[in-house]
Write a protein of this length. Structure first.
Length: 432
C-alpha cells in the first residue's frame, strides 16, 4: 500500500502549485534582521572630497554620545553614560571616553553646567569619577586632557554681595558667578594648578575699592563691569560665561573662550598657582594676567581694532600651523549668521593699549543657511577640510574654498563633533 501512496501524495503537492506561485524562504529562527539606527539626515555627501572618517557626536540636549559614519549617519557605537552630559566628551587613545557629566543636584546651574568629570570604559563602567560641585563651585562646559595626563576644566565660583561690592563691581546683580581654570591629577584627585579671573580684575568706577585703575590702560586685566549691550537675554549673575578650553603644548598656553565678553583670552599655564594669582612670573612674565586677548576691543576700552566675535565657542589650534579656529555664533540683532574664523596667531604676544590687537583672518566660512546662537565649533581635518558643528542643526564639512561636501542634520543639540580615522587604534576597543 505504501508504494502506491507516496507517488500519489507527491503528485497531489505538485499539482496544487501553479506557474505563478511564489514559495517564500523562511529565515532560520536564530537569524534576526538588524535594523540600522540613523542619527539624522544626510543632505550632501561628496565621497571624493570628504574626509573618510567617523564622527563622534556630542548631543547635549539628549545626553547622548555616539559615533556615526558619513554615508547614512548610521550610529555605529553609543556609550551608556551614568548621568547627563555636561557638554564635552572625547575619545581617548585607549578607547575610553573622557566626558563631562552633570551633578544631579547642583546648588545652581546655567546652560552648560556639569559638576562631574569621568573616564568611561566602552561597556559603560567608570574608571574614574570626579565631582567638583558644592554650594559655591561648579565645573562646567569643557575639559581638556594635558600631555601629562592631568585634566583642565572650567569652574564657576559664586561670589556674594559683600565680595562683589568690595571688588568694585557696580552692576545690579546681588550675586555673580566668576570663572576659574583648575588642573586635576586623576591619579589622586589633587588640584595641582589654578587660575582665577578674580585675581586679575580692573574697574574705574570706585576709587576707594579694590582693582581701581584705567581699563583702557590695563589690557591684561579684565573689566569686572563690562556689559555687552548687544547681548540678548539676562546675565543672571553669570557675567563671563566661559565655554571652551584649548591647550597649546608647544607654548604652554591656555585659550579660554569667554562668551559674554565675545573674546578669547590667552593665559600662561607655565606659572605656579601662586604666580598665577599675581602679575609677574611664568614664561611670559605676566603671572596670571592675560597674555593676549582677541575678538572684542570694547571689552577693554580699546579704541583700535574692529570687533570680530559676537559670542564665540571652541577655540582650537590648526594642526601644523600657528593659527586658531574660532566659531563666532552671531547675534540676530546684528547679523543672524554664524562665521568660522581661522586666525593667524602672532609669533610674539604683545598686548598693548590703544593698539589694534586683533588678528589677521587666514580663512573663514559663512553661509546663508548657517546659524546657531549657541554651542557649536569647528576643527580642521587631515585632508584640509573643516568639520563644523552647527549646534542647533548638525554638521558641515567644507573645503578650503568653501565648498560644502558633507552636511548632516539631526534632531539634537550638538555641542561639538570630533573626527576619527577609520583605522584609528582608539576605535579598536569599540569593535569598529
Amino acid at each position: 500500500m505504501r508504494q502506491f501512496l507516496l507517488p500519489f501524495l507527491l503528485l497531489l503537492i505538485f499539482s496544487s502549485c501553479t506557474q505563478n506561485d511564489v514559495i517564500e524562504e523562511v529565515p532560520p529562527k536564530n537569524e534576526v534582521p538588524v535594523q540600522k539606527k540613523l542619527a539624522g539626515r544626510i543632505i550632501i555627501h561628496d565621497l571624493e572630497k570628504t574626509e573618510d572618517a567617523y564622527v563622534l557626536v556630542n548631543d547635549a540636549i539628549n545626553n547622548r554620545v555616539y559615533i556615526i559614519e558619513k554615508n547614512e549617519s548610521e550610529i555605529l557605537y553609543e556609550w551608556k553614560l551614568p548621568s547627563g552630559i555636561g557638554n564635552d566628551a572625547v575619545l581617548m587613545e585607549d578607547g575610553n571616553l573622557l566626558v563631562a557629566l552633570t551633578d544631579p543636584e547642583p546648588a545652581y546651574n546655567f546652560g552648560g553646567y556639569g559638576g562631574r568629570i569621568a573616564i568611561v570604559k566602552p561597556n559603560g563602567d567608570l574608571i574614574w569619577n570626579y565631582t567638583y560641585s558644592d554650594e559655591k563651585n561648579l565645573a562646567h562646559h569643557d575639559i581638556e586632557m594635558l600631555p601629562n595626563g592631568n585634566i583642565l576644566f572650567i569652574v564657576w565660583e559664586k561670589k556674594d554681595s559683600n565680595e562683589i561690592r568690595r571688588s568694585g563691581y557696580t552692576g545690579e546683580e546681588e550675586v555673580i558667578y566668576t570663572e576659574k581654570i583648575l588642573e586635576v591629577n586623576p591619579a589622586n584627585n589633587e588640584i595641582v594648578w589654578e587660575w582665577d579671573v578674580w585675581d586679575h580684575l580692573v574697574q574705574e568706577e570706585e576709587p576707594l575699592l579694590a582693582n581701581y585703575g584705567s581699563v583702557a590702560g590695563s589690557p591684561a586685566k579684565v573689566n569686572v563691569n563690562y556689559v555687552d549691550h548687544l547681548k540678548e537675554g539676562l546675565y543672571n549673575g553669570d557675567i563671563f560665561h566661559a565655554n571652551g578650553l584649548e591647550y597649546d603644548k608647544e607654548n604652554d598656553l591656555i585659550f579660554l573662550s569667554v562668551n559674554y565678553f565675545s573674546e578669547v583670552w590667552i593665559i600662561d599655564h607655565s606659572t605656579t598657582t601662586e604666580e598665577a594669582k599675581g602679575s609677574t612670573g611664568g614664561d611670559y612674565g605676566k603671572g596670571g594676567d592675560l597674555v593676549y586677548r582677541i575678538g572684542n576691543p570694547a571689552a577693554y576700552d580699546n579704541s583700535e581694532g574692529e570687533r570680530m566675535f559676537y559670542h564665540n565657542h571652541h577655540p582650537n589650534l590648526v594642526p601644523g600651523k600657528n593659527n586658531l579656529l574660532v566659531f563666532s555664533n552671531g547675534i540676530p540683532s546684528v547679523d543672524a549668521h554664524s562665521i568660522v574664523y581661522e586666525l593667524e596667531l602672532p609669533e610674539v604676544y604683545e598686548l598693548r593699549s590703544s593698539t589694534n590687537n586683533e588678528l589677521n583672518v587666514a580663512w573663514s566660512f559663512a553661509h546663508e543657511d548657517f546659524f546657531s546662537a549657541k554651542v557649536s565649533g569647528a576643527r580642521r581635518l587631515p585632508n584640509g577640510n573643516t568639520l563644523i558643528t552647527e549646534g542647533s542643526a548638525g554638521y558641515w564639512e567644507v573645503t578650503n574654498t568653501g565648498e560644502v561636501v558633507w552636511r548632516f542634520e539631526g534632531d539634537g543639540f550638538f555641542w561639538r563633533g570630533y573626527h576619527y580615522a577609520k583605522n584609528d587604534s582608539a576605535l579598536g576597543p569599540l569593535g569598529l
